[in-house]
Structure formats: C-alpha cells, structure tokens
Design a protein around this ligand. Structure first.
Ligand code: ADP
Length: 483
C-alpha cells in the first residue's frame, strides 16, 4: 500500500505554540501517525507567528506565494523546519505578522490571518509538487482551506484526488466576524445549501458543508452535536451529514505527561509509588502559601476562564461547602468577569489560591500534587485535563458530558471497584457542590482513594489507538474516492 500524504493544518501546535487542547492534539497526533507501521507522510502547516521566529529552530525559506485579495495580492513567505522528526511548514506574511497572538480576540483580524494562511498552505503544496491525499484541517481557523479545496478541485488537476477531513475541536466557535475576510479572499458565501442562511458565510459551517468527512474528538460529543443543546444551531444541518460524521477520542502525549519522569515535578512517581506524590503536595501547599497538611484535600482547577468550562460554578459551589475541610488552587486565564470571580474567592478565603496566568510548569506541579481536579464544563468535546489528572493521580470530578463522560467512570455504590473519578449531571453550583461532598467522603478513606488514583494511573490514554482510527478514516476517504 502506498504511503498516504497528509497535509495537517492547525492554528497551534505544542511545543511550538499552544493555547489549549488543539495545541496538544496538533503537537502529538502527527508524530504518532508518522510512527505507525504504515508511516504516512504527515506534514504540519502552521502560521509563522512572530514569537516562533525567536525559537531556536533552523527555518529554511522555501517559497514566496502571491495570495489573491480584493485589494491586491498579498505575499506569503513559506519556511520549512524539521522539528522532533516532523516536517513543519510555516506561512508568514503581513496578516500573520500583524497579530502576535494565536487568537487576537478579534475575529475580523483572525479571519484575515487564518484565511490567508489556509489559502497559502494549499498553494504551497502545489509549489512543492507535494500532492496531498488528505487535507486534514482543524476548527474554524483552517476550515477555509477545506472550502477552497472543494471549490477548486473540479477544475484543478493537482487537487483532483485530494480528499478532506475537518476535525471539530470546539463547535460553537464558528468564526463569527470572519465572513468579510472570506469574501475579501474570494471565497463566496454558500447559496441554497443545507446550512441555515445565517451560517452560509461563516468559515466553520462552510468547512463542514464542503468536507468529505467530519469528525470530532469524542463519540459522546459526536452524538451531542446533533442535538439543539450542543449543536450551536447547526444540529439540523449536521444530521444531514451524519453518515460522514464520527468521533475519535483524543489521546495524550505520554512523553509530555508522564509523572514517572516529568522534570517539572519535584518528586517523580508511578502506579507502584503513588504515596511518593505526597511530597509534591507538601511542596505545592508551601509554594502556594496554603496550610501544609497532607490530610486536607487539595482541590484544583486548571482551565481557560470561559463560560464553556463552567468556571462560574466553582466559587458558588465552594462557598456551599465552606463547612467542610478542603483547600483549593485555581489556575486559569481568560474572561475578565470569570477571572474577577476567582480572584474574589481568593480574597475571601486564605484556603483558596487563584493564579490568573498561563503557566505550564505550575500546571504540571498542580496535577502532580493536588488531590482532585474540578472540570465542571457545560460542554466538552474531549477534554484533556481529566486524562492528565488521572495519569497524575489527581482524581477528576467532572460534569457528565462529551469526552468527560466517555473517559471517566463515576464512583458510586456498586461500581466503585472500576471507577476513576466523579461525574455529576446538571450544570449548576449545587450539583457541583454535591459531587465535591461525595468526593471528600471518599477522600476521608485513604484506602478507597488510593484505589481511585491507581486505576486512573493505569488507564491507557495513548494516542496509538486513536491514530489508527484516523489512519482508517484517511484510508476510507481515499478508498471511497477510488471506487
Ligand atoms: P481546551 O482545549 O478547551 O482549552 P482541554 O482540556 O482540551 O481544553 O486542554 C486544556 C489544556 O491546556 C490542558 O493541557 C491544560 O493543562 C492546559 N491549560 C489550561 N489552562 C492553563 C493555564 N492557565 N496554565 C497552564 N496550562 C493550562
């Protein structure tokens, strides 16, 4: 069988640049795919964000490309670098240089940046004479490439055989505000399509309309997306595409996330040495200025401060259980109102520490030293924090939705022997508070708690199984075409 060529487009990829879970996925899946016995030729395409230029990689210029725009062509400069054995192509140009952050918060600006990037990445493949079998795009940022491919491939022999896969990491981010950018780069609105009218000019819906296959990052979310509560208004449209829609659970980068040799942890440990993590807890309590006491359950939250994540439920829930013994650490950054609420809780109580920044190293120490990680998401396509938590013996307590429901087995009477965490149903503070109460009860019996931790540590969250599924999907796409 010939080795497949996969053009992998993403807005972020760890360790080069990461904002959230998409960065984790784009930073690990391509490498795992390349390592499979069939060794597909996966190449990653990223915008050349200004901070990347300061990193110590050798960036080799490979091409200059003119991207048509209504105000005149814009020059894209492409660079190549092999990083951790993976070929990376970087696209530079005025729209990318103009915005130093991955996401500026202004979708008009980001729409220009990502549409420019998406079109330039396709053109680059052509210049390289590297015909991708699969264009694999992620989320709204690179969905314009999928739409453009669909528009050009009937008349462009180069892309005639290229099939597309669009992975949805976060459905409600449709790319509102980017409509004008698509138009300016010559990508028309859809017309009389199965999409709702209001979505016919938006990048993610257009990508979902044009993609040969669609997937999302857990089976649970693939089902939820078809319902009004989770479908972001696209549920009826998505139901028309159900035979092309699947869910593939994200894996974890087990090298980055390995408590046995994680350099960010003061003490390393594994399934047989969980008790050693108590020293990490002690040092974490000390670092955070919390009372140093191994018996006090240390609750953690590491999150984007976003309504999606149910961050607003936490302060209220913790106030509801103020009569119980616990401590809490909150690490996150994002929405100023949610940040304020977390800061307020810290001011109210010496047993809460709120750190409002993005700090990878501290995140590792929190996973390695806290007892319970709170993940009260309103929706969660996959979620990585629960998997990282389990791998680090930091037991997850999460809302029963999407990928959280698919990866955590709830602790309750009868099933406690294979449980790995705590799940609760309703997105409100009292349900969260009740679940924390349940968890604290179990924590008070250290034998039962160790069981939970051990089972979590033994879960297999490796990428291999999921990467095999992606490969099967790629094969399916190319095979379907050859029929
Ligand atoms: P999402 O992609 O929706 O933000 P995920 O759970 O898939 O959520 O991934 C979040 C990733 O970002 C995890 O690796 C988590 O540890 C990390 N993370 C989130 N907030 C912070 C922060 N403030 N500092 C360090 N790491 C963070």
């Amino acid at each position: 069988m010939k080795s497949l060529k996969i053009q992998f487009l993403a807005a972020e990829a760890d360790p080069l640049i990461k904002v959230g879970g998409l960065g984790d996925v784009a930073g690990s899946l391509p490498g795992v795919l390349r390592g499979l016995p069939e060794s597909p030729d996966v190449r990653v395409f990223l915008p050349f964000y200004p901070p990347l230029k300061d990193q110590a990689h050798h960036y080799e210029p490979v091409a200059g490309i003119e991207i048509p725009h209504q105000d005149g062509p814009i020059l894209a400069q492409a660079f190549f670098s092999e990083i951790r054995g993976i070929p990376f192509y970087f696209i530079d140009g005025e729209p990318i240089a103009a915005s130093p952050q991955v996401y500026s918060g202004d979708n008009q600006q980001d729409g220009t940046k990502f549409t420019f990037f998406s079109l330039a990445a396709l053109e680059l493949a052509k210049i390289l004479g590297w015909k991708p079998d699969i264009l694999h795009a992620q989320d709204w940022h690179t969905a314009p490439a999928v739409y453009d491919l669909h528009l050009v491939r009937t008349n462009d022999p180069f892309f005639q055989d290229t099939r597309s896969l669009l992975t949805v990491h976060n459905l409600p981010y449709l790319g509102h505000g980017a409509e004008g950018a698509l138009h300016a780069f010559g990508l028309p609105r859809a017309h009389l399509s199965p999409l709702p009218d209001w979505a016919e000019g938006l990048p993610l819906p257009l990508g979902l309309l044009a993609a040969d296959k669609i997937n999302t990052v857990s089976s649970g979310y693939a089902e939820e997306m078809l319902t009004p509560a989770f479908g972001a208004g696209l549920e009826s449209f998505l139901r028309t595409r159900v035979k092309d829609l699947s869910g593939i659970l994200n894996g974890l980068d087990l090298e980055t996330w390995n408590p046995e040799n994680d350099p960010a942890l003061p003490v390393n440990y594994g399934p047989g040495t969980i008790t050693a993590r108590s020293e990490n807890k002690r040092l974490l309590q000390e670092e955070l200025g919390l009372e140093i006491d191994p018996r006090l359950p240390l609750l953690a939250m590491i999150n984007r401060m976003d309504y999606q994540k149910g961050v607003d439920l936490v302060p209220e829930a913790l106030r509801m259980i103020s009569g119980l013994e616990w401590q809490a650490v909150i690490l996150g950054t994002g929405d100023p109102t949610l940040e304020d609420a977390a800061r307020q809780l810290d001011l109210e109580s010496p047993r809460v520490k709120t750190i409002l920044k993005f700090d990878s190293s501290l995140a590792h120490r929190i996973y390695g030293g806290s007892d319970l990680i709170l993940i009260p998401s309103r929706y969660e396509p996959c979620g990585l924090t629960q998997m990282i938590g389990m791998r680090y013996g930091c037991v997850p307590l999460a809302r029963s939705t999407g990928g959280l429901k698919d990866t955590i087995r709830d602790y309750h009477a009868g099933t406690s022997r294979n449980s790995t965490g705590f799940l609760f149903e309703d997105a409100d503070s009292s349900s969260l508070a009740m679940a924390i109460r349940r968890a604290l009860e179990v924590f008070s019996d250290q034998r039962r708690w160790r069981g939970l931790q051990r089972r979590g540590l033994q879960q297999d969250f490796s990428w291999e199984k999921s990467a095999e599924k992606y490969l099967a999907l790629y094969r399916d796409l190319t095979g379907a075409h050859q029929d």
